[in-house]
Ligand binder design. Sequence first.
Ligand SMILES: *Cc1c(COP(=O)(O)O)cnc(C)c1O
Length: 421
Amino acid sequence: MSLTERDLKVIWHPYTQMKTAAPPVPIVRGAGALLFDEEGKQYIDAVSSWWVNIHGHAHPYIAQKVAEQLQKLEHVIFAGFTHEGAVELAERLLIHLPDNQQKAFYSDNGSTAIEVAIKMCLQYWNNQGQQRTKILAFNNAYHGDTFGAMAVSGRSAFTRAFDSLLFEVEFIDTPNKENIQSLRSQISNLKSDLACFIFEPLVQGSAGMLMYGADYLNELMAHCKQEGVLMIDDEIFTGFGRTGKSFACDYLNVQPDIMCFSKGLTGGTMALGLTTCTQHIYDAFLSDDRLKTLFHGHSFTANPIACASALASLDLFEQPQTAANIQRIVNAHAAFAGKIKHHPKIKTVRQTGTILAMEWETGDNTSYFSSLRDKLYHYFLAAGVILRPLGNVIYILPPYCITDDELQYVYSKIEQALQEI
Ligand SMILES: *Cc1c(COP(=O)(O)O)cnc(C)c1O
């Protein structure tokens, strides 16, 4: 049996309708922006393997650091014990963040980083005897697939089967010139109930790479600060250079209270989640009363192998070559966007940093389930490019090491698709 046949016998894949989906592509090897299947066919990973890979596949430096760590310590319980990698990663990462971020709490992935952030906010108020339990979030938000993370995400086809079980959240539109005043008064009216405001800064990834400006987000955040509403900045997708700066919050001048990281944190090598917070939030859990403890932890919290890959990824991230690569992609994207934006099949093109999104004209069917999506997906796959359209939105967000030739090849295949599909 081939690997694909064996897979179909025993595996249930994520976000996949197993009845109708094409069989999975068996990948055996990766290098740089490329993945190779069993037959040796190569694919350009133009979506960074679900947005996690920033330095390329099987990076030799990360591999070396992980191998070294495996010889020393593979895992240790993180309650009552600590280890070098977890401490060094927190020390070094906090330097890159707004200076109010003082403490780091580890977990396993993006969704758990969000669960931790929500619990921190809710218990922050509870520990002070205040009943502030409402959460404010954006329409179309995506913060993960566990129940708490799902609850603060927009209600959609993804959540439909669970909607009645999700806790109530106050949803508002992303801010703009027209609605900012009404959003401000909405927050003022709710403030005594509001525990926190959670947001994806600048780009709502899963919603279809929807983008909004830093100016009005700043204004909204300043208003939350004034009204005493805690702010959770979900940088799980936008962190580590995606938006052109190190973190999306580098475009903002109001500091969030809590930040969440995963995806690019380990360079896409290992699953790891991280939630950082201010000293002020941390202090609200210090007490002789044991009930004020943050009772949260996962078996693999701060796994040393994951921390070692995150440290290695951070080493690479801090090299000037990475910033140069990011700028190179930003410029190439902008040039390509200019070239295709007037194409009759393109409704809109939008870009934030290394993220380029193109919305295809589809007539009336623009949903996530549009048949165009599958057509495009398989068209690009056949051409050796991994692009995974969100409905009628094609987006490119490559590992930063992608070569100019590879990037041009991806663009050329999109232009070809515009002619042929
Ligand atoms: C992917 C994502 C998450 C969830 O992370 P997982 O590791 O997939 O659980 C949360 N927030 C945002 C903005 C994301 O893009």
